[in-house]
Design a protein around this ligand. Structure first.
Ligand SMILES: [Zn+2]
Ligand SMILES: [Zn+2]
Length: 109
């Protein structure tokens, strides 16, 4: 029983790893996190994936819930879509916290 104390106390203080958005491969700032249901919730989907709010919005702008359910229920399937690839190439050049809300005119107050 002569083991050295491990440095457990120090590990408490480590910064959490930033979540990486699987769509655009950038870290997600806390205030930009959105949970996407890979299969829409109303279709019985439970698995969620954390994405940038802007990436999440793009998915729902392109696909209907039945398309998401039937064809695009994985990140890989989403990334095979041309418009998603174009979007990713575009958004990858933006800062991680970037959120373009010029198109969102019907925001709730
Ligand atoms: Zn979603
Ligand atoms: Zn993203």
């Amino acid at each position: 029983m002569a083991r050295k104390h491990r440095e457990e106390a120090a590990s408490w203080y480590e910064e959490p790893e930033p979540e990486i958005c699987p769509l655009c491969s950038r870290p997600i700032p806390e205030d930009q996190r959105d949970e996407h249901h890979l299969v829409p919730k109303c279709r019985g989907g439970r698995k969620t994936q954390t994405l940038h709010r802007i990436c999440h919005r793009q998915i729902h702008a392109l696909f209907s819930e039945s398309e998401l359910e039937k064809r695009y229920s994985t990140v890989d399937a989403l990334l095979e879509h041309d418009e998603i690839r174009k979007f990713v190439a575009w958004v990858a050049r933006k800062p991680a916290g970037f959120y373009d809300d010029t198109k969102q005119s019907n925001r709730r107050r």
